[in-house]
Design a protein around this ligand. Structure first.
Ligand SMILES: Nc1nc2c(ncn2[C@@H]2O[C@H](COP(=O)(O)OP(=O)(O)OP(=O)(O)O)[C@@H](O)[C@H]2O)c(=O)[nH]1
Ligand SMILES: [Mg+2]
Length: 195
């Protein structure tokens, strides 16, 4: 049988959670702009151009829905913290993302992406604190792991985890560029979606 998630295809973009239909189960990916969300989705789906990867931060400004299996969704949320945009734009982002995250009973997991080398930023902390306070199921994924020197990897994993009050093993370490950690995360997503 083909690998799960590799059948993923883009369905729609939405600015408002109210315009989204129902599905059987969904998982969402969120993180600061440029953290590698789209690249990770492409790696999980084993497709080059499923989600758009760009050098310009803040490209993904809508809720992007991808369909996999029978009625399962993978949801790419717009990144936060792009270019210190106008306050009104940030308010729109917040309304859209928080509306989505609190408005979906079929949401099984929020994957929150943190840059492995940079570690959690102030905005990452805010997002994670908010997810905790809302009691939303979430899991940290450290992206671009290939950017961390192998000699520093162990300490970096410990430091990033400690910064978030977690253990190293609580965080999924991935590199979309090198493929490390992708198969495990794909399996995890497939299980969450009962695929
Ligand atoms: N070295 C390395 N670079 C990566 C990796 N994943 C993504 N990148 C690079 O990081 C940049 C941003 O990647 P995207 O996947 O577009 O990030 P995004 O979070 O979707 O960004 P926005 O949609 O703009 O918020 C691109 O230049 C990617 O090539 C990785 O695993 N390793
Ligand atoms: Mg993107």
């Amino acid at each position: 049988m083909a690998q799960p998630l590799t059948d993923a295809r883009f369905v729609t973009s939405a600015a408002d959670v109210k315009s989204l239909g129902v599905c059987h189960a969904e998982v969402a990916f969120v993180g600061r702009s440029n953290v590698g969300k789209s690249s990770l989705l492409n790696a999980l789906a084993n497709q080059r151009q499923l989600a758009r990867v760009s050098k310009t931060p803040g490209r993904t400004r809508l809720i992007n829905i991808f369909l996999t299996g029978a009625d399962r969704w993978i949801v790419d949320l717009p990144g936060y913290g792009f270019a210190l945009g106008p306050a009104a734009e940030r308010a729109t982002w917040q309304k859209m993302v928080e509306g989505y995250l609190t408005g979906r009973t079929t949401l099984r997991m929020v994957f929150i992406l943190v840059d492995a080398e940079v570690g959690p930023t102030k905005l990452d902390h805010q997002m994670i604190d908010w997810l905790r306070s809302e009691g939303l199921p979430h899991r940290i994924v450290a992206t671009k792991a290939d950017q961390v020197k192998p000699s520093k990897a162990l300490k970096q994993r410990k430091d990033v985890a400690a910064d978030l009050g977690l253990h190293s093993a609580d965080i999924a370490w991935v590199s979309a560029a090198k493929g490390s950690g992708i198969a495990d995360l794909r399996r995890e997503v497939a299980e969450l979606l009962n695929l």
